[in-house]
Design a protein around this ligand. Structure first.
Ligand SMILES: [Fe+2]
Length: 194
């Protein structure tokens, strides 16, 4: 696997989040990239395949770290990409999808928020290629609860590190702030690719 580099994001129009909150979160993302590059380097070494043991072995640790870090990188990129503070009025294909599947944007937001309040890692609106359905699902960590064939359309981080600096333990206010910065142009671009 090629060496990955952190992508850059423009947070200048993001409202209700401080520069410190956003920069600290971005820093965590870059650390997942660094760790992923490190583990990918280790996996190229033949020695790591000498001890194959499901209780404790270097290859086991590397495999666990690879999925954890790689999912963390992908999820954070999807999150930062849809958190711009631009194009925040719902419009286009996503509006139609939400009305068809959740009856109204308010109803969708309430459900998305409830799942976000109930999980420990992530909440996503996705399109599932398996059954051609749209639904919201939650993950307890980067690599726990990942859904196969699900294409993420809206991605929100609910780890405490995503909001603790600005919102303390008040996740509810954080989720409201997230929705006021959600970029529906980005969401619609994702829909056009499915
Ligand atoms: Fe995060």
């Amino acid at each position: 696997m090629k060496i990955l580099e952190a992508k850059n994001y423009n947070f200048s129009n993001v409202k209700y989040f401080s520069p410190l909150q956003l920069s600290e979160h971005y820093l965590l993302y870059t650390r997942y990239i660094n760790s992923l590059n490190e583990v990918n380097g280790d996996l190229k070494e033949n020695e790591i395949y000498n001890n194959c043991n499901s209780n404790y072995s270097d290859i086991r640790s590397a495999q666990k770290a690879k999925t954890f870090c790689f999912d963390a990188v992908k999820l954070h990129e999807l999150y930062f990409e849809n958190l711009t503070g631009n194009n925040t009025k719902i419009h286009g294909p996503i509006e139609e999808i939400i009305e068809d599947n959740f009856s109204s944007y308010d109803s969708f937001r309430d459900k998305f928020k409830c799942i976000g309040m109930s999980m420990r890692g992530w909440v996503l609106l996705c399109y599932d290629r398996y059954n051609n359905e749209f639904y919201i699902y939650g993950q307890d960590s980067h690599d726990n609860g990942v859904m196969l064939y699900a294409e993420p359309l809206i991605v929100m981080d609910v780890y405490e590190h995503a909001y603790m600096i600005d919102f303390g333990t008040n996740r509810s206010i954080y989720i409201d702030a997230f929705f006021q910065n959600l970029d529906f142009n980005v969401v619609n671009q994702r829909i056009r690719k499915i």
